[in-house]
Ligand binder design. Sequence first.
Ligand code: PMP
Length: 360
Amino acid sequence: MTIERKHNFFAGPAVLPLPVVEAVQAQLPNFMGMGTGLMESSHRSKQFSQTWAHAQSLMAKLFGVPDTHEIMFLQGGASLQFLNVPMNLMPKGGKADYIDTGTWSKKAIKEAKWVGDTSVLWSGADIGYNRCPTPDEYQVRPDASYLHYTTNNTIAGTQFLAEPVSGDVPLVADMSSDMLCCPRDVARHAVIYAGAQKNMGPSGVVIIIVDKGILERTEVDIPTYLNYRTHVGKIFNTPNTLGVFVIEKVLEWIDGMGGLEAMHDHNKAKAGLLYGTLDGSDFWKPHATTDSRSLMNVTWRIADNDLEPKFIAEAAEAGLLGLKGHRSVGGLRASIYNACPVPSLEALVAFMNEFERVNG
Ligand code: PMP
């Protein structure tokens, strides 16, 4: 029996590679020969310990995570990390700097203000968050504990194409919607965090990569689970075992595709198809400026905004799902994460060309 799968442009939870979904399906009744299912087996079993360790080692290999950094699979989503990061990295009386490139940055800033002196160095609020700043537009305080930025802005459809400049101040990145879409300089980061549900797995797991040296140097007194130190070198409590297994399979899939350089090329080619169409006619109005265009979430309007509900409805009828912009900004958005295949982009572009022909 063939399973019907439509073109999936949801922002998250989002499309996973079909071989990953099938690998999960195969382990559901009997996990790695244990005779108990994937969701029914102990997180202390030899089999799950192997899954955990393999997910960590593959992540380290593919993403270039140095030994100085710990890779954790925790819970609470990226949203809990908005608070968890300042709690762990900002000592009493400390400071932290933030760049505001959209809704998710703003939420991170709000939580940091609970903890200490939080400065917003640059904000794109007045320009509708249509780009990320260049290094000459902000000045990091040399005594800040870190500079926080959002690598990819899921709602606005913008992305930092190069890391921010921060001198000796370590970086902290929310990579929820683009982690593993391209290589990054992990060593420059005190913390990288990402909800898994866009580019790496199901919801219910947050991936956190932490510089252990910074943890040793920073003295903070915080509750047990929230303290990163609790999770270094061990599985502290019951993790999302199903989610971590999916992440392991996604990492194996990326490895098989040739790693992050290959993934980056694949993403540039896919995004190019869509941006090319948007640039090709005044019928469409792409949101992000060309120097900040996201490879993961492409956002645009139809010049005649009134046509957008029709576009969304007819696209859904044609099997193209998830093209409605975030409810806070409206418009249109196609989320084209790693696992979104080229044929989905081709189908979208063909649909857009026909829609323009009929309605333009
Ligand atoms: N940061 C970014 C960039 C996001 O896109 C999202 C979710 N859309 C979040 C944080 C919040 O993630 P979570 O739902 O896992 O808390």
